[in-house]
Write a protein that binds this ligand. Structure first.
Ligand SMILES: [Zn+2]
Ligand SMILES: [Zn+2]
Length: 344
């Protein structure tokens, strides 16, 4: 029998290094896909008891959404038509969930060789009450909690908030429906008291701005029926975000129990903003369309300002520098409304 070699790296076939379609295992996982995933995985989970809807039935597959996705993939997506011929998929581990994407480590076997491949696809988690939970709720709702963010809605931020709320028993017990959309999350609840309670929790812990309104749902006998609607707007910021505060750009350092800690890019001063300070209409989220970031090098100091040259354009900026950099240091320049700042 002739010796076989990997066409990509030249490695010779051996017992532990089978040649699969002309490739050694290492090159194989770089060139081919072990498991063909759909462009989107959609799982339906009951927000109250955690049951998952799978193959026409509601089942308890685990507490963590990572476990649920793992089971879903193993039981639904691993089949003859999706797995590379000759490869056996032995396990799937969810490595990361972020911004509606799931990244998995797919483990496979080909003969005696093990294969590991990182694969990603979109993930949509649909939250719907399972029939058991729906029955115990009666289906009707008395209040709607609308969760929105100042910054664009981000999956991680929303998930963290969702996990916090899920720890509140009165909240769990009053959910009738959860709708997640691009603009935020709407939660229908069968108790106005519970709705007010969690809205206040969002205010205290996440600095949410609350607006309460009533939705008139018509007449019931000669009594008017109204449903409570509370819109809870969270800053929804994460460390590293750029915001405008009192007219100047600042960088978000961290979120701290109901506060947003920012560092001014013009003075370098750190401020921990309270709920009132955040919402007095002075904070604005800036997207990457609002500013530009350039790579720069500190050339000199003149009159208390750093002389910084852009590496890309060669332009020179005189920037008020809150701290001293040694000459030649690489820095990031942020250009906002025609003014240059150093990113700290
Ligand atoms: Zn190879
Ligand atoms: Zn349920």
């Amino acid at each position: 029998m002739g010796r076989r070699f990997c066409v990509r790296c030249g490695r010779e076939e051996s017992k532990d290094t089978p040649i699969i379609d002309g490739l050694c295992p290492e090159c194989f996982v770089k060139e081919r896909v072990i498991l063909k995933l759909p462009s989107k995985i959609k799982v339906t989970v009951c927000p109250v008891c955690g049951a998952t809807y799978l193959h026409g039935r509601w089942e308890h597959l685990g507490e963590d959404i990572k476990d649920i996705v793992r089971w879903y993939v193993l039981s639904t997506l691993v089949k003859r038509s999706t797995v590379y011929p000759g490869v056996e998929v032995v396990d799937v581990k969810v490595k990361e969930l972020s911004s509606g994407m799931v990244t998995m480590l797919v483990k496979g076997r080909y003969g005696s060789a093990s294969l590991v491949q990182e694969l990603s696809t979109h993930l949509e988690v649909d939250k719907r009450l399972c029939p058991n939970c729906l029955k115990s709720r009666g289906g009707g709702y008395e209040a709607i909690l609308q969760i929105r963010t100042l910054a664009p809605t981000r999956f991680n931020v929303m998930r963290a908030v969702g996990e916090r709320l899920a720890r509140v028993k009165t909240f769990r017990e009053s959910i009738v429906e959860i709708k997640e959309g691009r603009e935020g999350v709407d939660i229908k609840m069968n108790s106005q008291t519970a709705c007010r309670y969690v809205a206040n929790l969002l205010k205290k812990e996440y600095a949410a701005k609350l607006i309460q309104t009533w939705e008139n749902t018509g007449q019931l006998g000669n009594k008017r029926k109204c449903k409570l609607v509370i819109s809870a707007r969270l800053p929804g910021l994460v460390a590293g975000d750029i915001v405008e505060y009192e007219g100047e750009p600042a960088q978000v350092i961290k979120l701290k129990y109901g506060r947003v800690v920012i560092k001014s890019l013009s003075t370098g001063k750190v401020r921990s903003l309270t709920h009132d300070e955040i919402w007095r209409g002075r904070i604005k989220y800036l997207s990457s369309k609002d500013y530009a970031i350039l790579d720069g090098r500190v050339l000199n100091y003149e009159g208390g300002r750093a002389v910084v040259q852009s590496v890309d354009t060669g332009n020179v900026y005189f920037i008020r520098a809150p701290r001293l950099y040694s000459l030649g240091s690489r820095v990031k320049i942020l250009i906002y409304k025609g003014k240059a700042y150093l990113l700290l």
